[in-house]
Design a protein around this ligand. Structure first.
Ligand SMILES: [Zn+2]
Length: 474
């Protein structure tokens, strides 16, 4: 029998607005009466959706850096979210939560080794929280290239979710998953979300004021007439913040939609991992590389000027500067640590276990060492790995998303850069700060005139006088 199925994917994520030195979010006046936006969004969205049990009924991912914040702010909600995936995992053998690469990096713009680190850190973070391996992974901004998909498949990720225009042809049936063939006899399944419905859910509040009307008017016409064709899964994808934050009361809409309204119309509520068990893809597809869901110019939004944001001239110099600074930091890390460990990059991929507190630092080094460093050199490797952590944060996509440089997200990316430079200096005695400042000088706010090299120097001075070493998670 052919079935009509429906799935909602929520991508739950916030830009990291924590002060890079203290790890605390400064007061954000716009978020009143709350202290900051995370707390406000949490109260309007994350917590009520968890209380209503919506995380049991939808497909979702929570960005690791948001989870990190939430685990401290409201561990009870975090536990509810994890439990709701767990109920499905126990019942069906596959959970409904999926992983996300760690720092919301635009993976097609990252080096191959950074892609691997992002994917492996994302998987480790997921396993640490949910207690089982992820089958799917959300790509930040759904930005994709073949190398990224290959790395997902190499790391036992079986599916991802993309926008329909990321398929290599316009002739796709989004109610079916597709198989993307990759190198080395590997492949990955891709679910393409329904663009029209996803747009409605995101931007047309009238469409989501009543779940029964939503189904009758917008969802039902998506299915083939009863008795014809194959089983179909209609999938919508949006930011999870939609359900209660961007649009009030949509947490309740979601609850009734997924718990009662679908059932009355004999539509099965499902999620990709569960759907794949019974409906493996039968068709193949190649993807359009260097595309995303929130820039219609590919991935230009995160590297230069495009129609998505006016005044994007500052983005290219920031991307180039961060790339060059990253290369300087990498060279120092690899040169030094390769004296002691077999493979510095493999060590970095593994470092997440120390960050998550699963193993201690010396234990990790011992597992990778060709020659066990003495205490002094051990400390230097620790500093250089902390610099690598900062380097991963430097590429957080939110730093390029908006129209101006002088806001917290881009400034934070520059502050991570300063911390990486300072940690490298502490480890090696090599001061790269002048070189970094020169590289950043071309990045200027069109609104305030603030420059990235000024932000860099200010933050470097703060880092110098603070106990940055004491904050290293190792
Ligand atoms: Zn664009």
């Amino acid at each position: 029998m052919n079935s009509h199925a429906f799935s909602v994917h929520g991508h739950f994520y916030q830009p990291p607005r924590e002060d890079p030195l203290t790890g605390k979010i400064p007061q954000e006046p716009g978020a009143k009466p709350y202290h900051n936006w995370n707390e406000r969004i949490h109260d309007h969205d994350y917590r009520p959706n968890a209380v209503l049990g919506n995380f049991e009924r939808i497909s979702f991912n929570v960005g690791p850096t948001l989870f990190d914040w939430m685990a401290e702010y409201d561990p009870r909600t975090v536990q509810q979210i994890i439990d709701q995936d767990g109920w499905n995992f126990d019942r069906y053998g596959v959970g409904n939560a999926i992983a996300q690469s760690y720092n919301h990096t635009i993976l097609p713009l990252a080096s191959r080794e950074d892609k691997i680190t992002q994917v492996r850190w994302g998987i480790a973070d997921f396993e640490h929280r949910f207690g089982h391996a992820p089958l799917g992974m959300w790509l930040p901004e759904t930005a994709v290239d073949e190398e990224t998909l290959q790395i997902l498949a190499d790391n036992k990720i079986f599916f991802t979710i993309l926008a329909p225009w990321q398929a290599d042809t316009n002739l796709i049936d989004t109610s079916q998953p597709y198989l993307v063939p990759l190198k080395n006899k590997k492949s990955i399944s891709v679910f393409f979300y329904d663009q029209d419905l996803s747009t409605r859910i995101s931007f047309d509040p009238a469409a989501t004021s009543n779940a029964d009307i939503f189904i009758n008017q917008y969802l039902m016409p998506k299915y083939y007439p009863n008795g014809s064709g194959a089983s179909q899964l209609v999938l919508v994808a949006s930011d999870g913040e939609l359900y209660g934050h961007h649009q009030p009361f949509r947490d309740k809409f979601l609850s009734y939609l997924m718990r009662g309204a679908l059932e009355m119309q004999s539509i099965e509520a499902t999620y990709p991992a569960l759907w794949l068990k019974e409906h493996p893809p039968t068709r193949t597809m190649s993807i359009r590389q260097f595309t995303s869901w929130s820039c219609h110019h590919g991935v230009v939004r995160w590297m230069g000027a495009c129609g998505c944001t006016p005044h994007g001239e500052w983005k290219a110099p920031l991307r180039i500067a961060v790339n060059e600074i990253a290369a300087l930091i990498d060279t120092q890390y690899i040169d030094f640590s390769s004296r002691f460990v077999r493979d510095p990059l493999e060590l970095r991929h593994d470092y997440i276990k120390v960050i998550l507190g699963e193993i201690d630092f010396d234990e990790m080094i011992a597992a990778h060492a060709k020659q066990m460093p003495d205490d002094e050199n051990l400390q230097k490797i620790k500093l250089l790995l902390a610099a690598q952590y900062e380097k991963q944060r430097m590429f957080t996509s939110c730093g390029w998303f908006f129209d101006d440089f002088d806001r917290i997200e881009p400034r934070n990316n520059v502050s991570y850069t300063a911390q990486a430079i300072w940690l490298t200096y502490l480890a090696t005695g090599l001061d790269l700060s002048n070189q970094a400042a020169i590289l950043l000088r071309g990045v200027k706010s069109w609104r305030t005139g603030n420059r990235a090299d000024v932000v860099f120097t200010q933050h470097l001075n703060r880092a110098r006088t603070s106990n940055l070493i004491g904050k290293i998670r190792a």
